[in-house]
Design a protein around this ligand. Structure first.
Ligand code: F6P
Length: 547
């Protein structure tokens, strides 16, 4: 047993879980009309109703003890302070410095990073203004109205999904297109409709070594040169966000057109850095700044609110409860807001790349589950596809439902339907429908007894399925910033409890390495294949098809 699973608190939680499994949420709601009020908290424009969870006061108390014994607050403070908490890469973890509006310094290796951060924000602000005003022009004197943002992983998901989520705030006059996949279909589709004289390419890569991003940028460069631009004109049409200045200048970018990144910002936490430039280009600097302000507000909440009121802490502990004591393997995110449809994919990288780990501390192999599978899509669409499994399947899948109370261009008929579906789903998951209720419904339907029993059995809904509901006054930039930071800190708390390093991602390396070896064999068709028989056969088949 590891130290964690051996603690009295862990054992207590395990026994509480056995107890709770014998009970039903519908009875708790029936016997306690104050349950909803008791298990709800509001902060930073997010109203979290967590009453439809398999929790009691004893459970919450034990979960708070678990957080305390895991030294979550000490670990949190070490992160904000700039300690080297990413111990496998010897790096501080300071995405919070990128939205630090306290006026206080933040030190890395004894050096205050805030002057550089603020200078970068000013640079973003000026750059965006120069594009939006049309002052900054392409090589033929045309305004740059088409932005192609190239990046992958955190250098893609954050900018794309946050931009999408804030559509009502878009600046009228520029269009931002996002490209990630190395599949040529993506970049070709985007470039096909663009005039190179009006196009600005933003290449976002912290490392400037990521295959997909490099190749897509090279393809965009070829397209630009073939369309009439010269090597010299590249500087006016290609800019980069990267910590690898040399590689970017070697590519042809003007040094002044390179926005900095720092090794203390992880890719999946980078939208707060200049990686977020496409967001600012999409909606203007002021809106982008609001996004950062919202994240800062959540940082302050996370640092100061007691655990019982702390949204990241509560959502993290509820996750641990289901993952470690109920065997939940996944967590579904269900935004009931079309513009927030990409949010599950954003949290997917954030959570799965952070906590998809099996080593705790320096070298301990965990004997407990860690990060879950994160998935989901916009409501109500999922109700007509995968909700069936959540309602009646054999897996326990905790859900986060999200709904803005006000939406832009509000159509009350649609919005009322959207909200009623959202609330109705959480209700159905919680209360279910008993066999007796289903049996009673079938009275007078002309069924014989055996048919009636059979159908009632199939219609029975077990209920007791946990969900959180997150309401927002509206999904404005500030609230979105808070929401993203809430999930970041949720992931942090869970990582702290499990003792994993949430800030490295060694698991992606082997695939990249082998992919490069395979590429070599695919390109050099006359070389002998020396991998396993399956991989050899796949490469041979590909060679044959492309001969
Ligand atoms: O391969 C994983 C990863 O390193 C992610 O963590 C990161 O967000 C993505 O690739 C892109 O990296 P870069 O910004 O260096 O191109």
């Amino acid at each position: 047993m590891t130290a964690l699973t051996n603690t009295p608190t862990w054992q207590k939680l395990a026994s509480l879980a056995e107890d709770v499994k014998q009970q039903h949420m519908r009875d708790w709601f029936a016997s306690d009309s104050s349950r909803a009020k008791k298990y709800q908290q509001t902060a930073c424009g997010i109203e979290l109703d967590f009453s439809k969870n398999l929790i009691t006061d004893d459970v919450m108390k034990a979960l708070f003890s678990l957080a305390g014994e895991s030294q979550v607050t000490q670990k949190r403070d070490a992160m904000f302070k700039g300690d080297i908490i990413n111990h496998t890469e010897q790096r501080a973890v300071l995405h919070t410095a990128l939205r630090n509006f306290s006026g206080q310094p933040v030190y890395v290796d004894g050096q205050d990073v805030m002057p550089e951060v603020l200078a970068c924000q000013e640079k973003i602000k000026d750059f965006v203004a120069s594009i939006h005003s049309g002052e900054r022009k392409g090589y033929t004197g045309k305004a740059l109205t088409q932005i192609v943002s190239i990046g992958i992983g955190g250098s893609f998901l954050g900018p794309k999904i946050m931009s999408e989520a804030l559509k009502p705030y878009w600046f009228d006059g520029v269009t931002v297109h996002f490209v990630a996949n190395v599949d040529a279909c993506h970049i070709q589709d985007v470039l096909a409709d663009l005039d190179h004289e009006e196009t600005l390419v933003v290449m976002s890569s912290k490392s400037f070594t990521t295959q997909e991003t490099l190749q897509n940028t090279l393809t965009a460069k070829d397209w630009f040169l073939q369309a009439g631009g010269t090597q010299q004109d590249i500087a006016k049409h290609f800019i980069a966000v990267s910590s690898n200045i040399k590689a970017a200048t070697d590519f042809g970018m003007a040094e002044d057109n390179i926005f900095p990144m720092w090794d203390w910002v992880g890719g999946r936490y980078s939208l707060w850095s200049a990686i977020g430039l496409p967001i600012a280009l999409t909606m203007g600097y002021d809106n982008y700044r609001q996004l950062l302000e919202g994240a800062y507000a959540m940082d302050e909440h996370f640092k100061t609110a007691p655990p019982e009121q702390n949204l990241p802490m509560l959502s993290a502990l509820l996750g641990v409860w289901y993952i470690n004591f109920f065997g939940a393997q996944s967590h579904v995110l269900l935004p009931y807001y079309h513009y927030l449809r990409g949010f599950p994919a954003y949290v997917q990288q954030l959570d799965m790349e952070s906590n998809g780990k099996n080593i705790s501390g320096d070298t301990t192999q965990v004997d407990y589950a860690t990060g879950p599978i994160i998935w989901g899509s916009e409501g109500t669409n999922g109700q007509h596809s995968f909700h069936q499994l959540i309602h009646q399947g054999t897996l326990l899948i905790p859900a986060d439902f999200m709904l803005p109370l006000n939406v832009p261009n509000q159509d009350n008929t649609h919005h009322a339907m959207l909200a009623s579906n959202c609330f109705g789903q959480t209700q159905a998951l919680m209360q279910g429908k008993t066999f007796d209720e289903c049996y009673a419904d079938l009275e007078g339907k002309g069924l014989d007894e055996a048919e009636r029993v059979k159908l009632a059995t199939h219609k029975t809904m077990p209920g007791n399925k946990p969900s959180n509901t997150l309401l927002f006054e509206q999904m404005d930039p500030k609230t979105l910033g808070s929401l993203v930071a809430m999930y970041e800190h949720k992931v942090f708390v869970q990582g702290a409890i499990w003792g994993v390093n949430s800030f490295d991602q060694w698991g992606v390396e082997l695939g990249k390495e082998l992919g490069n070896q395979v590429l070599d064999k695919i390109v050099n068709t006359d070389t002998a294949l020396s991998f396993d028989s399956s991989t050899n056969a796949l490469i041979a088949r590909f060679r044959q098809a492309n001969a």
